[in-house]
Ligand binder design. Sequence first.
Ligand SMILES: [Ca+2]
Length: 527
Amino acid sequence: MLGLVGILGIGSVVLGGGQAGRAAESRTEKPPSARPNILFIFADDHAWQAISCYGEKRRLIQTPQIDRLAAEGMKFTRCLVPYSICGPSRATVLTGKYSHLNGVYRNDPARPFDGSQTTFPKLLQQAGYQTALVGKWHLESDPTGFDYWEILPGQGVYYNPPMIRNGQRVRHEGYVTDIITDLCIQWLKNRDRSKPFLLMCHHKAPHRRWEPALRHLGWDGDRVYPEPETLFDDYGNGRGLAWRDQDMSLEKTFDPYDAKLIPPSDLNPEQRTIWDAYYEPRNAKFRSANLQGKDLVRWRYQRYMHDYLGCIKGIDESVGRLLRFLDEEGLAENTVVVYSSDQGFFLGEHGWFDKRWILEPSLRTPLLVRWPGVVRPGSECSKIVSVLDLAQTFLETAGVPAPPDMQGRSLVPLLRGEVPADWRTSFYYHYYEYPQPHRVRPHEGVVTERYKLVHYYKPDLDEWELYDLQADPEETKNFIHDPAYAKIVEELKAELRRLQEQLKVPPPDQTPPYAYGPVPKPKAKKQ
Ligand SMILES: [Ca+2]
């Protein structure tokens, strides 16, 4: 069935325990503090397919600690990102604004985040919260709005990472996920107990090149993972140049470092021995097999899953340690815990790793929220929400008014089990970064619960695509020229224009040129 009904769809909030009325009861039983603590755990590139409570059909991994947040809180099943790469998504989380307003169009060291902007940590700090940020930042400028910050420079490294603590370089021995967790717990122990806190525990893992803790090498007992249906996608069915010309495939892009055929340089000799003991015998077997074609892609997919999911094991343990600490300190009841990621990730779908696309594996990101006394345990929300909404959500959680120019919407009503009648039924997406590093063409689009209309507009193509999640959940068909969808396309184009206007999106010819290509390197000075 097509038509506007299909566009609007019907998302829902399902309350755990089966009785909607009990949500109100639970609120009156335990009135939450007006100023609860906030623990915001944010992973980098954590695919929702790699969290067991999201139930992806491959059943890639069990994540009991992260799942605990779903069991004790709310699971959002359709949390979308406005732009699926690291820096821009993080700038959106901080400001509650799209890239064209917060200025971060790309992961670009030459154009750091303008830290003088209004962000939710600054507003919480001004309202009397004690604020801390530990781990991945990736916005190039020094963090602002934090009483304490300790960040990885740039992308950071997995083993023995250098960090920057309130402006001073420090070095740690060990595994990055463990170190970030240790620093968070240490800060919580030493915090000013007279104030509520905002603690942002922002992990580097499981970002490329997906290097697990040494204790997790071999964690899966050499399991053979189910392959995604689209591992050998031919990019047919009316799909265009953007699909065929990308550079993010297991076949063509996955390199010897990704494959762990070359070890990372930051291991110390003792760590290197453990690394080699796991990888070397397996690599020797791989080399002697001389795999080609599909067999080589299959081998790479298996290696990728071992490593990526091994990183998730470390994250799950980190979440477990943080939740245990809250329990032991008596903080659990008065702390809102949010788990999310800056975007999703391809785990072999369409033959790919990485992110960037408006497609489900990279557009969707995990979002779990535990808020005792407010969120009904085991509840689920399928409405379209976004990391764009987090700033306003955190502010309302703390009772702090949000600036009117933020572009998301507080999730607090949904968390209370109420769906506002005018909740969004469509969402605007815009990807800029091109051509490096993965040759994904700039595109913008509108997403509803069932459809996606996508426009690839730069630099060498002007192509539209329509996906129908109901008819084609794997997103392998372009319905744009199918007459049965003509009315839908017309409605979605109108909705795209409405969103562009509402969100104040400049037309492509008024978008700054640096939004796309790499910044030219300065010419070397003559000696
Ligand atoms: Ca990321």
